[in-house]
Ligand binder design. Structure first.
Ligand code: ZN
Length: 472
């Protein structure tokens, strides 16, 4: 649906024809995602997840050498970078050697879009795509035809850990425009039969439409749900508030695309009577971190190198993510600064996998409030999570001196609740910062339907070279 003309035509079709179009797209999607490369990769990954750390590291070094040599030989941007530094591929033998190369910024990808593509990669293997993001921040990308099946193999290894199978039926709650935004009448979902998928549009998950969606879900029996945690949380909160129990609860709920906050996880698991399985990936398809059966996040080392680099002024285990993908020979991304933050863990996992673990994914670099006295506060969800009086809250910081709290109230919210939130926030943010409350019917999503709990322009700007639109 990326083509806007095709989407205009799609929007005008009757619902049955939109369902046919979705299924038709599903045939193609199935072919490009779940092909021979996918099955081969998945079989490999099922084994390699049990390798020793030494074996995984040696595999990574091999893959790194392969991609570095390819980049040097065929990608003009990298040839120049290497030449400038008087380096050759022989200088990058291990993951530790990566620090000899510069960090690749989003802005650089935009500026050197052509020069970052391999000149010797067969055109018929090249796939064009882009990342999500708010208007103006989406990034055009090029990938090899095998990148996507590899990404899906990584995602399916994660799903298999929770007993899911490729042909299981499922319902997705996410931001793709399968239901045109102008559509006011139900259904707010479309079927993609070849993929056994029902796609619910998060753009239509309003309070008004929730009863219609829930009565539909009560009629469906599927193996699992998947989607944005914020969308599943809206559904879960609605069920709890109205005392509704799902007749056919999904055994597992797979989340991704946004950070899942602890209170969202609890509410989703309780209301949907499900086990939540989270993973962190990126549309750039160069890094992935997935939960195991014990709900520990493990770095998917076979997919790329994930470097966790220190952030000035932050605790030493809070790191920014920089990644080098192994699977995209059409446009290799080496040391790409993805703009996300994670908290490292020192603890080994009892599942037996030796790949490094991450305590939590903190989310976007903008997800930190900066106080006038210089403290950086991420994850303030705990301030709101215990209140049944709030449906959703979002913190916006456009300047150092103030924060705006956007709130969607539940019935029974009074000025006392505002006072108690204000007191709670003052405890963490101090007395110097201005705090305003703004009440809304719904908190606007980004263009791709994603929800962000904290958006701090101040934090982002602090790490920005002036005049750019980059996290670093
Ligand atoms: Zn584990």
């Amino acid at each position: 649906m990326a083509d806007s003309r095709a989407f205009r035509i799609y929007s005008k079709l009757p619902i049955w024809a939109q369902n046919v179009a979705c299924s038709h797209a599903g045939i193609k999607m199935r072919r490009s995602r779940y092909n021979n490369t996918f099955h081969k990769a998945l079989r490999f990954l099922e084994q390699s997840q049990w390798w020793s750390l030494k074996e995984l590291r040696s595999y990574q070094n091999e893959q790194l050498q392969r991609i570095v040599k390819h980049a040097y030989d065929t990608v003009p941007y990298y040839r120049e970078i290497f030449d400038e530094r008087k380096l050759t591929p022989k200088d990058i033998r291990t993951v530790d050697d990566l620090s000899k190369l510069p960090i690749l910024k989003k802005q650089t990808i935009r500026r050197h879009f052509r020069d970052l593509q391999s000149k010797e990669w067969p055109r018929k293997r090249v796939v064009y795509g882009h990342t999500g993001g708010t208007t103006g921040t989406a990034l055009s990308l090029v990938s090899d035809v095998d990148t996507q099946p590899w990404q899906w193999a990584i995602w399916w290894r994660h799903r298999q850990r929770f007993g899911l199978k490729l042909n299981d039926s499922f319902i997705v709650f996410a931001g793709r425009s399968v239901v045109p935004l102008s559509t006011m009448d139900p259904p707010f979902w479309r079927r993609n039969l070849p993929m056994h998928q029902t796609y619910v549009s998060v753009h239509h998950m309003t309070k008004q439409n929730m009863p219609i969606l829930v009565s539909y879900l009560q009629k469906r029996q599927v193996a699992y749900y998947s989607g944005y945690p914020s969308a599943l949380y809206l559904l879960a909160s609605y069920l709890l508030q109205n005392g509704i129990v799902l007749k056919h609860p999904p055994r597992v709920t797979v989340t991704g695309a946004e950070t899942v906050l602890p209170h969202q996880r609890l509410t989703i698991e309780q209301a949907l009577q499900t086990e939540l399985a989270d993973q962190y990936g990126a549309s750039e398809q160069c890094s992935n971190i997935s939960e195991c059966e014990k709900h520990t996040y493990h770095v998917d080392m076979e997919f790329g190198v994930v470097e966790f680099l220190p952030l000035e002024g932050m605790p030493s285990n809070v790191r920014r993510i920089v990644c080098t993908g192994f699977r995209n020979m059409a446009m290799p991304l080496i040391r790409y600064n993805i703009g996300d933050i994670a908290t490292l863990s020192e603890l080994p996992c009892s599942c037996g996998r030796q790949s490094p673990t991450v305590e939590k994914i903190d989310g976007r670099i903008e997800s930190y409030i900066i106080t006038p006295d210089g403290r950086q506060m991420g994850r303030l969800d705990f301030l709101f999570k215990d209140s049944a009086k709030i449906e959703e809250a979002q913190l916006i910081q456009n300047e150092l001196s103030s924060v705006t709290v956007k709130i969607v109230r539940s019935p029974g919210y009074t000025s006392r609740d505002e006072e108690s939130f204000l007191a709670g926030m003052r405890r963490y943010l101090g007395n110097e910062i201005g705090i305003q409350f703004e009440y809304l019917q719904a908190i606007p999503r980004e263009a791709n339907g994603k929800f962000r709990q904290i958006v701090s322009r101040v934090f982002r700007d602090q790490y920005l070279p002036s005049g750019t639109n980059e996290a670093f």
